[in-house]
Design a binder for this molecule. Structure first.
Ligand SMILES: *Cc1c(COP(=O)(O)O)cnc(C)c1O
Length: 496
């Protein structure tokens, strides 16, 4: 299998090369040149396997240039080394008949980003070795809060790598910020920018694709790569948990193989829900992909009208990891839905960068409405969903998961569709204790995040993740903050 750029399909490279490069030089994203299939027999077989084994099976279909041993080593280092708090890596909890919450936040940073970022460093260092590159790989990350910390944890002290993270100064939760500025490791750097996530992402993309920068670094024996979900090595691991969820529901007898499910995903950069689309294309019978947004509802409008328009007010919400107006991975979906028309993708993305807007063809619009349903939650609706879910089921959810549950509730009310559903739960409520407590009606003025966590524990009985509790005793290491125009000089400074 080869990987091609969404903006130039004549470019064909191995998965190892795609993972090392992150993004294509033409600004496009790498996608597999064919999407592998899963048979019903395979799905039944996967149900009897552990999570790492299921991951091995899925990777072997996408990373065809890796040896079975290489895949096995990556998978075991990521998922069987004790860094996840549950043995199963992910947990499926049925809170109401047919309503399954897919908990993806049992990793070391308590967000679903760990599912991919615990394995990406292993995939990347293996890829570097395979491609014979002798340069040091510098990972540049723009984060809306969770990717940064998950990437820092994944790459800290990984041989032959270093990692630099940019986050929006006022766009992450207090707990997320603490997690990043106290990061340990000899090869890490963290810097705030005066701007929002889109500014950080645009800045990083620009640095990546600037040939002058590449040359300067090359002289120093350094090359850039990406840990954002524009990297195929981030997406492949996310396909695994949708396949795994379906196989598990079959194994537990909750559905029969071949039965349809719906999947509902709280969406920002469109990586997580795109992974569900790949799972569907592989043969997992997903009826509707339900795309849930917060007040930054650019995707809701797009999926309903076919017009993508980022010229709108940007909101800072209680689900900060979804405060995004440019959803990078949408480009991959549109590439597939356009019949791999690279010229077309180049044109609409040039429209987007010139005018902040594009409109897709009628053919794509009708495909979108077959595949997707879309909705959003306001801040009030998100808080109400946290409170209702707690009252009804005694189950505590974070604000991102609440956006998904809220949109799912609206979907079932509007359509009456009671197909069993998997709802992606993307963060531990302890990452956002202030918003969760407020939603649950607790108006106490707590001293800090740790008092809040204790209060939330008393209320919910949910165990406080050890990784968050331990932040209390850690000293801040990274306090630098720069203008968005100064990101490149910050990179050079951090590389010294
Ligand atoms: C990153 C993130 C999201 C959004 O995922 P995308 O892949 O960017 O769509 C949702 N919730 C949480 C908690 C996240 O960290």
């Amino acid at each position: 299998m080869f990987y091609q750029s969404t903006r130039d399909k004549s470019l064909k490279i191995s998965s190892a090369n795609a993972i090392v490069s992150g993004i294509s030089r033409d600004g496009g994203l790498y996608v597999p040149d064919e999407i592998p299939a899963l048979t019903e027999e395979e799905i039944i077989f996967l149900g009897g396997l552990s999570y790492p084994e299921r991951a091995e099976a899925v990777f072997s279909k996408y990373l065809t240039d890796f040896t079975p041993e290489e895949i096995k080593n990556c998978v075991l280092s990521a998922y069987s080394s004790g860094s996840f708090e549950t043995k199963n890596v992910m947990e499926l909890k049925e809170i109401a008949p047919g309503e399954n919450i897919l908990e993806l936040w049992h990793g070391p940073t308590c967000a679903f980003k760990d599912m991919a970022l615990q394995i990406l460093p292993h995939l990347l260092t293996t890829s570097v070795r395979k491609t014979g590159i002798s340069k040091k790989v510098c990972i540049l990350v723009a984060t809306s809060g969770d990717t940064g910390k998950a990437a820092l944890e994944g790459f800290k002290d990984a041989p032959g790598t270093c990692i630099l993270v940019f986050y929006p100064e006022n766009g992450v939760s207090a707990m997320q910020k603490l997690q990043m500025i106290t990061q340990e490791g000899e090869n890490v750097g963290v810097c705030a920018i005066k701007g929002n996530f889109d500014d950080a992402q645009t800045g990083v993309k620009k640095i990546f694709t600037d040939p002058e920068v590449a040359e300067k670094l090359s002289e120093k024996g350094i090359m850039f790569s990406s840990a954002n979900s524009i990297n195929w090595g981030r997406l492949a691991p996310q396909i695994v948990y949708y396949v795994s969820s379906y196989a598990q529901l079959v194994k537990e007898g909750k559905i029969k193989v071949g039965d349809e499910i719906n999947v509902c995903v709280p969406t920002g950069n469109f990586g997580n829900i795109l992974a569900a689309y790949y799972a569907k294309t592989m043969g997992i019978p997903i009826k509707k992909l339900i795309c849930a947004s917060n007040s930054n509802n650019v995707l809701t409008d797009f999926l309903k009208t076919g017009v993508y328009d980022r010229n709108r007010k940007f909101y800072t919400t209680i689900s900060p990891s979804m405060d995004i107006l440019i959803s990078s991975n949408l480009e991959r979906l549109l590439y597939h839905l356009s019949g791999r028309d690279d010229e077309y993708i180049k044109k609409i993305y040039s429209d987007l960068s010139k005018t902040g807007r594009f409109e897709v063809s009628d053919g794509i619009k009708s495909r979108l409405s077959e595949l997707f349903s879309a909705g959003f939650c306001t801040e009030e609706e998100t808080k109400a969903t946290i409170s209702e879910t707690f009252d009804k089921y005694g189950y505590t959810i974070d604000p991102h998961t609440a956006v998904a549950v809220g949109v799912y509730n609206k979907y079932t009310e509007e359509t009456g569709d009671k197909t069993p559903c998997v709802i992606a739960s993307t963060a531990s409520p302890y990452k956002f204790p202030a918003a969760v407590l407020e939603s649950l009606g607790d108006k106490t003025a707590y001293k800090d995040e740790f008092e809040m966590a204790d209060a939330l524990y008393k209320k919910s009985g949910l165990k406080i993740p050890a990784a968050l509790a331990s932040l209390k005793s850690k000293k801040p290491r990274f306090t630098e903050s720069v203008e968005k125009e100064e990101m490149l000089s910050a990179v050079y400074r951090m590389l010294q």
